[in-house]
Design a protein around this ligand. Structure first.
Ligand SMILES: COc1cc(/C=C/C(=O)SCCNC(=O)CCNC(=O)[C@H](O)C(C)(C)COP(=O)(O)OP(=O)(O)OC[C@H]2O[C@@H](n3cnc4c(N)ncnc43)[C@H](O)[C@@H]2OP(=O)(O)O)ccc1O
Ligand SMILES: O=C(O)CCC(=O)C(=O)O
Ligand SMILES: [Fe+2]
Length: 357
């Protein structure tokens, strides 16, 4: 490789973040043992005894969006688990396969090609490559790189500058998934007594879409690291495509228990984010989740963070408070909440306290 390999533990942050090699660049040096920057303290590792197999999150068939039973199943899953998988959503398998191939294609590029898109150096502000979560603020780094796109429909000028290996698969997917996002939000909002998603509500629910191609390289000691630490998403909803490797766990109802979300071919994992928990005044749950690294395989996943527009004011919906319920959250500007989320490492469910009354 053309960049010097880190030869001391203290060089790792410099090599991975400041020299823009990413975790993939580090793993490609032929890493045999784990740098201390990636070793999590025992209380932040997932132990086999915490994983329960008696429970599972629902898998919901959405082939008929008008089926009255569907709205009930989604309502129940969003209220109880905050997570569910959907099948028969109408997005062709080929589009999903191309998207996963695109993620492997980008992270398989030579290091010098990948790093052209590094955060702060990318030719466009709608696509950048980054690592971990907040690497300059975290005590321990997460075992993940990601390529992030801000999706603005029709913004061809900036999309022309996206990595050519990913551009079309990402855009093809986004064009198809938009309808699924709208249908899911419509059903979720119906059960909150919202009759119509007008322009203002649409901006507050889905005014900004970010799609990330997550790459979790194989790890020499997967039990010592975390792919993604415990967190809840700040989105209204997140739509995730995962590959067949597995490793995503969601917090269970029993104390300190975790439930694996098994890969289901063609399915999309849907989770409620903090914004919808706030808007629904806690009817819907934004549940903590985490990702475990793999000892032999490179995992990819593709979340779409369906976020409010930056200057949307987020608070419990008037329709939800019509019953006389007391609001549990104060109105917050989404851009403030976003900055708060990214001002620290992942810290479980703590971010939402920012908005609590
Ligand atoms: C990932 O897990 C997630 C993500 C989400 C996300 C939901 C979304 O909707 S957005 C996903 C895309 N991510 C972002 O948009 C990140 C937003 N980041 C920021 O706004 C800022 O970077 C910041 C985190 C607030 C920090 O700002 P600041 O302190 O001013 O520092 P910067 O100037 O940005 O950076 C300084 C320096 O460090 C480099 N750097 C920072 N972060 C990274 C990184 N992750 N990887 C690599 N390098 C990084 C930066 O480029 C600068 O380098 P220089 O060489 O230019 O000095 C929801 C849920 C999840 O679990
Ligand atoms: O990779 C996954 O399965 C989930 C990633 C995740 O939770 C996130 O990026 O917020
Ligand atoms: Fe997440």
């Amino acid at each position: 490789m053309s960049t010097a390999t880190p030869n001391a533990s203290s060089d790792v942050l410099d090599f991975v973040v400041h020299k823009a090699n990413g975790l993939k660049g580090l793993v490609d040096t032929g890493l045999q043992s784990l740098p201390r920057q990636y070793i999590q303290p025992p209380e932040r590792r997932l132990h086999a005894s915490q994983v329960i197999s008696q429970e599972s999150i629902p898998i919901i068939d959405v082939s008929n969006w008008d089926d009255p039973q569907l709205v009930e199943s989604i309502f129940e899953a969003a209220s109880k688990w905050g997570f569910f998988q959907i099948i028969n959503h109408g997005i062709p398998q080929e589009i999903l396969d191309h998207l996963q191939d695109a993620a492997h294609g980008f992270f398989g590029l030579p290091n010098e090609e990948r790093k052209k898109f590094w955060k702060g150096k990318s030719p466009t502000d709608t696509a950048f490559l980054a690592t971990s979560f907040t690497p300059l603020k975290e005590k321990v780094l997460e075992w993940k790189d990601y390529l992030s796109f801000r999706y603005i429909p029709g913004d061809e000028k900036s999309q022309t500058l996206w990595p050519s290996v990913c551009k079309d698969p990402v855009l093809d997917y986004m064009k198809r998934v938009e309808m699924v996002i709208k249908k899911l939000l419509e059903l979720l909002l119906t059960k909150l007594n919202v009759r119509e998603i007008d322009k203002e509500k649409e901006y507050a629910l889905m005014g900004s879409l970010t799609i990330n191609l997550n790459y979790y390289p194989h790890c020499p000691n997967p039990e010592l690291v975390t792919g993604v630490g415990c967190h809840s998403d700040i989105s209204s909803i997140t739509v995730l495509l995962q590959d067949d490797i597995g490793g995503l766990y969601v917090r269970g109802i029993e104390e300190d228990s975790w439930i694996h979300i098994p890969p289901v071919n063609g399915a999309l994992v849907i989770n409620i984010g903090d914004v919808l928990q706030i808007m629904s005044n806690d009817q819907y749950k934004s549940i903590e989740h985490r990702v475990v690294a793999n000892g032999s395989k490179n995992r990819v996943s593709v979340p779409i963070f369906v976020n409010p527009g930056p200057d949307a004011l987020i608070g419990p919906l008037p329709e939800v408070l019509e019953t006389g319920a007391a609001p549990r959250y104060k109105p917050i500007l989404f851009s403030d909440y976003f900055s708060y989320f990214f001002s620290k490492g992942h810290d479980g469910k703590n971010s939402i306290n920012y908005a609590k009354i």
